[in-house]
Design a protein around this ligand. Structure first.
Ligand SMILES: Nc1nc2c(c(=O)[nH]1)N[C@H]1C(S)=C(S)[C@@H](COP(=O)(O)OP(=O)(O)OC[C@H]3O[C@@H](n4cnc5c(=O)[nH]c(N)nc54)[C@H](O)[C@@H]3O)O[C@H]1N2
Ligand SMILES: Nc1nc2c(c(=O)[nH]1)N[C@H]1C(S)=C(S)[C@@H](COP(=O)(O)OP(=O)(O)OC[C@H]3O[C@@H](n4cnc5c(=O)[nH]c(N)nc54)[C@H](O)[C@@H]3O)O[C@H]1N2
Ligand code: SF4
Ligand SMILES: [Mo]
Length: 762
């Protein structure tokens, strides 16, 4: 906030409101601007969802926009050094690179990795798909497999689509069991709502209770009624025991609203029966009495919800834990009920609102196997943990080129020292990024996405998980400087070039092909509001001057809004949602709180909730085997900080200054036993790597657990992030193991890593 007074001396000539693209909270920002300069950023008091709330990152969009290290010009690597070139020259390099790799090794040799900011980026949401199709290779990877894929897989099996993820109805809930989530730092995830802390405090203020399960006493645990210090990686066992406890207490109750809509209740009961509270207590580290009590409290509460996040998904039993969260919601009568776990109803058309209500093709994984490890695909991609072996292992289909869009896998994915070497061995690599960082330093060509303030925005992905049906459209704050392509134009042009259309390919051509195919599939869908309509007429309606001559992501968004559940419907509902309509409502439109959606939301072939998916039941012997784990092994977990954002906001001084955050948290008992002193150097060693970090001795962590945040380690050479370099920290993913993955989803195990900890003598 210190730079605010300074900026205030400059008078703004206009105020623009916009949704913050930095995290899933999607807060409304009020941006005061003079000419081409940001004067000040603060929370938009009138935003229908965030009502003025922002976190310390939101206002730093100004610093990000102004950061001299942020790339403005394409870079190509010449004699090992990155030099600035014109866009024309960059595109020629791209064409030459792709042409050579395709000639030498075929299209299957081009891999792609899509990073997390793409989920907050309308360009990426609408054109990454186009790029992947154009590349035409199955070697697809993304940050999803170091994050939420397990939840999507379990939701897919249970409810029919990978987007059918129930969210806790925070604002109407009065008992919340939260596992492996720290919204005081993260602002919430897979449950989109601004000001999670305020919503949690309101829950308690109305007499509700919050129980936090976490090996660390996080800020969230601190503010809760109860902290259960679980052993890392054992949430699936804990949840299984809670389900069993509910059955044993004869309290299992789906509720009248689910009657006739659920398959597999008896099967779940039987399959989980062996996981009693007593059987799991030793390994989970939580006593049986407490497990039983919480299970019954979930049944007793008026309106309760169970919610699990990163600590439950980035573990060996990620899919199992994700499944059991919703089983527990169901058997305690809290699934699809106001104040319980509910299905969002997004304003833009999506997988849970398209197609015939109540039934569908269902969901499966394994429609292809990875080349080296024969690992099944999930959500059309392979685990990020497999990227290195797919690059390193010779043979047909070996990856020889990579396209990375808005991702930093060299810091974010397991065994990153290995991946760093693999990237260095590629024949060709393109990064679409805003920085020259640990990953993009390997790229032969870096194509800079423009600052987000030059782009329009709508949270197409995250609003699928929102706690209310809201819609906010943000026009660009500034016009793009002449000659600078928008990010979607970069992606469309890349797609055109990799397809062989040459460097003169016009992004508008690619855009037209893409929107036309989307329109055609929509008019062919007989459940759509424009079923049977003339595709040309729809195309004209979207593109006409009266509709703002929309193109690119805005035009795709307009189609999705207009055919969505609240949509304008191309005449069917004139007051309904569209880009034009949202432009009239700069603070957003709120269509209300969530409503029960069973059975309409289901897309399973049976038209029922599948409480006992065969894949999950078949994996239970592995869960049983985990009961013999050593409860004294030293395990590493991660953590997040409010002023950090994965690996990439560390070049903004106001966010990184102050107390160093990349510390190894360790319990005083462990520190004493191992001779570790506060602030002293500690070596942490896993099967695959070793790092040295400063110790932070704290009783806010369970004994035999240590914690290191991820996204640090900015000391690699040949990057251009001067501030991040100064506050380098160490990379926790040097320690995470590329072989440790959840077999059901392919998600990397990033929490519960076996490590040895030793004091480092200096
Ligand atoms: N050990 C451990 N590892 C983890 C996690 C953990 O909890 N523990 N968390 C995991 C999770 S949940 C995630 S999502 C991943 C994230 O993994 P990644 O997505 O690979 O990493 P990010 O740090 O988000 O990197 C974002 C990249 O996008 C660039 N970027 C920023 N804005 C834009 C833009 O507008 N356009 C473009 N083209 N690029 C942009 C940044 O410069 C940066 O290079 O990390 C995972 N890694
Ligand atoms: N400020 C900030 N906000 C962010 C991000 C960021 O980097 N910084 N990243 C964004 C992204 S990409 C995501 S995916 C979300 C994630 O959002 P959250 O899921 O809320 O992520 P974390 O804050 O890492 O909280 C995870 C918690 O799980 C605990 N944990 C670790 N292992 C286990 C375990 O085995 N069991 C249990 N029960 N708990 C465990 C950790 O101690 C930690 O407190 O945050 C988003 N928001
Ligand atoms: S909470 Fe997230 S969306 Fe809100 S201001 Fe902070 S970074 Fe932006
Ligand atoms: Mo994430």
């Amino acid at each position: 906030m210190t730079d605010m007074g300074q900026s205030d001396t400059v008078k703004a000539d206009r105020v623009v409101v916009r949704t913050c693209p930095l995290c899933e909270a999607g807060c409304g920002l009020e941006i005061s601007v003079r000419d081409t300069t940001v004067v000040r950023i603060r929370g938009d008091m009138n935003d229908v969802f965030s009502k003025g709330y922002i976190c310390p990152k939101g206002s730093t969009l100004k610093q990000l926009h102004e950061d001299p290290d942020r790339l403005r010009q394409p870079l190509v690597k010449r004699d090992g050094k990155h030099v600035e070139v014109s866009w024309e020259e960059a595109w020629e390099h791209v064409e030459r690179g792709f042409t050579q790799v395709i000639a030498d090794h075929g299209r299957e040799s081009i891999g792609a990795y899509l990073g997390n900011p793409g989920a907050h980026n309308l360009s990426a949401m609408t054109f990454n798909r186009v790029l992947l199709t154009a590349i035409g290779s199955r070697q697809r990877f993304s940050a999803s497999s170091v994050d939420q894929v397990p939840k999507q897989v379990s939701a897919g099996f249970m409810f029919g689509t990978a987007i059918s993820v129930p969210v806790p109805d925070l604002d109407r809930c009065d008992y919340l069991l939260m596992l492996g989530a720290n919204p005081y730092a993260s602002n919430g995830s897979l449950a989109t709502a601004p000001d999670w802390p305020g919503r949690l405090e309101a829950l308690r203020a109305r007499g509700g209770r919050i129980i936090v399960v976490d090996p660390r006493r996080s800020r969230t645990a601190e503010s809760a009624d109860e902290w259960l210090a679980i052993r890392p990686g054992t949430d699936a066992l804990l949840l299984a025991a809670m389900v069993t406890a509910v059955f044993e207490a004869q309290r299992a109750q789906l509720g009248d609203h689910l009657a006739g809509h659920v398959n597999g209740l008896a099967e779940v009961q039987e399959a989980l029966a062996e996981f009693t509270p007593e059987a799991v207590a030793r390994v989970v580290g939580i006593d049986a009495v407490t497990i039983r009590r919480i299970a019954v409290e979930l049944c007793d509460a008026q309106r309760a919800a169970v919610y699990g996040r990163i600590g439950t998904t980035t573990v060996s039993f990620g899919t199992t834990a994700s499944w059991l969260v919703d089983v527990l919601n169901a058997v305690t009568g809290n699934l699809d009920i106001v104040g319980g776990a509910m299905f969002p109803l997004p304003v833009a058309s999506g997988p849970t609102t398209r197609g015939k209500p109540g039934v569908g093709k269902g969901f499966r994984t394994g429609r292809g196997k990875s080349r080296v490890r024969n690992f099944p695909e999930a959500l059309g991609e392979f685990p990020a943990a497999l990227m290195a072996e797919e690059i390193d292992t010779p043979g047909p289909g070996q990856i020889r080129a990579m396209v990375v869009v808005g991702g930093n896998p060299v810091l974010s994915t397991p065994n990153s020292e290995q991946l760093d070497k693999s990237f260095a061995s590629l024949d060709f690599m393109v990064s679409v990024d805003i920085y020259l960082n640990e990953t993009s330093r390997h790229a032969d060509v870096i194509l800079p996405a423009p600052s987000s303030l030059y782009r329009s925005h709508y949270d197409l992905a995250l609003l699928n998980f929102a706690l209310r049906s809201v819609a906010n459209y943000s026009p660009p704050v500034f016009d793009l400087p002449p000659g600078v392509p928008d990010e979607w134009e970069i992606l469309a042009k890349l797609a055109g070039i990799v397809q062989g259309l040459g460097t003169n390919v016009d992004p508008d051509t690619i855009d037209d092909i893409s929107i036309r195919s989307l329109i055609e599939s929509t008019v062919r869908d007989d459940t759509s509001v424009i079923a049977g309509r003339n595709p040309d007429e729809i195309y004209q309606a979207l593109s006409s001057p009266e509709n703002g001559s929309l193109r690119g992501p805005d035009r795709i968004l307009d189609l999705l809004l207009r055919i969505g559940p609240f949509g304008e419907g191309f005449g069917a509902n004139p007051a309904g949602a569209s880009v034009a309509m949202l432009k009239q409502h700069p603070h957003g439109v709120d269509y209300g709180a969530l409503i029960p959606r069973i059975p309409e939301v289901l897309r399973t072939p049976s038209g029922k909730i599948e409480l006992a998916p065969a894949e999950l039941i078949a994996d239970l012997p592995r869960l049983r085997a985990s009961l013999s784990a050593d409860p004294d092994a030293m395990l590493l977990v991660g953590r997040r900080h409010l002023r950090s954002n994965n690996s990439w906001m560390h070049n903004i001084r106001v966010l990184v200054k102050g107390k160093p955050r990349c510390t190894l948290q360790i319990h005083p008992d462990d520190a004493a036993r191992l001779g570790v002193v506060n602030g002293g150097a500690v070596r942490v060693t896993s099967r695959v790597g070793s790092v040295i970090a400063p110790a932070e001795i704290t009783d806010a962590i369970r004994p035999r657990v240590v914690s290191l945040p991820h996204g640090w380690g900015h000391n690699l050479p040949d990057t251009r992030q001067s501030v991040a370099h100064e506050f380098a920290g160490v990379n926790s993913n040097v320690l995470t193991d590329h072989e440790a993955i959840d077999p059901l989803s392919g998600n990397a195990v990033l929490n519960g890593i076996p490590v040895a900890v030793t004091a480092e003598s200096v």
